[in-house]
Design a protein around this ligand. Structure first.
Ligand SMILES: NC(=O)c1ccc[n+]([C@@H]2O[C@H](COP(=O)([O-])OP(=O)(O)OC[C@H]3O[C@@H](n4cnc5c(N)ncnc54)[C@H](OP(=O)(O)O)[C@@H]3O)[C@@H](O)[C@H]2O)c1
Length: 243
């Protein structure tokens, strides 16, 4: 799947080294965007860049740890210096760990909040500044079905993904006049390392392919210049219960 309104757009994808973020990065590059690939694992990011360059797509690698405020700030300083703009921010980097609430370590809670919500908030702050200068932009946040309903032993992760929904809904209203769109995607189980590690009970053959999430991103971006705005898309596994 390709769309035709991404040519020469600068798209930042966090968590681009593997899983959903890698699939999104390849898909937007195939549609002609220049992709800024961000995560901690520089080697894996370089491999994604090579895949993109292989089909003559454009990508740059910037290593940044989203549990560290200064690294998020430095990332946006580099983007401002190199491009003086940012067209699309895709907040995809995320971590998950599960357990009963009563025994859940607070250090683990803080780690999840830092990566999944605090740095996402900070990235939005920095992106908005760049987007406002051009009076145009699109922020897409990867939440989860866990940001919509409650799941056993997923309290901390659930709080972070509900937080992403609060951020998305608030910004969608706040930025409307600046012509900056904000949407969220809420996927169910997608076949990535995160799910393989956390939910070995799930049969991989019934999980969502990361490419389907990438196609959903393209669908949202294809509506960018139209009168239709999609605030959130809930994607569940075909074999799971509707809502
Ligand atoms: N898989 C699912 O079923 C599912 C469902 C709903 C929502 N989601 C959400 O989708 C997003 C992507 O998940 P995934 O399934 O693709 O997981 P994944 O395969 O584990 O990938 C996670 C990505 O986030 C990056 N990341 C993690 N910690 C980071 C940090 N401190 N700083 C910068 N980057 C960091 C990782 O890169 P490095 O390790 O190289 O830093 C990696 O690229 C997450 O927000 C997740 O919550 C996933």
């Amino acid at each position: 799947m390709r769309i035709d309104n991404l040519k020469d757009k600068i798209v930042l994808v966090t968590g681009a080294s593997k899983g959903i973020g890698k699939a999104i990065s390849i898909a937007v590059a195939q549609s002609g965007a220049e992709v800024i690939l961000v995560a901690r694992d520089e080697e894996k990011l370089k491999q994604v860049k090579e895949e993109i360059n292989h089909f003559k797509g454009e990508a740059v690698v910037i290593k940044a740890d989203f549990s560290k405020e200064n690294e998020v700030i430095q990332l946006f300083e580099q983007i401002k210096k190199k491009y003086q703009r940012l067209d699309v921010l895709i907040n995809n980097a995320g971590v998950a760990s599960f357990g009963n609430t009563e025994n859940f370590p607070l250090e683990e809670f803080d780690k999840i909040m830092n990566v999944n919500i605090r740095s996402v908030f900070l990235a939005c702050q920095k992106a908005i500044k760049l987007m406002k200068e051009k009076n145009n932009g699109y922020i897409i946040n990867i939440s989860s079905v866990v940001g919509f309903k409650g799941y056993n032993k997923q309290c901390a992760y659930g709080i972070s993904k509900h937080g992403v929904m609060g951020l998305t809904k608030s910004l969608a209203v706040e930025l409307q006049e600046q012509n900056i769109r904000v949407s969220a995607i809420l996927p169910g189980g997608v076949y990535t390392d995160m799910v393989a590690d956390a939910r070995p009970d799930l049969d991989p053959s019934v999980l969502i392919d990361p490419k389907e999430i990438a196609h959903t991103i393209l669908y949202l971006l294809s509506l960018w210049d139209t009168n239709a705005a999609v605030d959130q898309i809930y994607i569940r596994r075909n074999k799971s219960k509707p809502f």
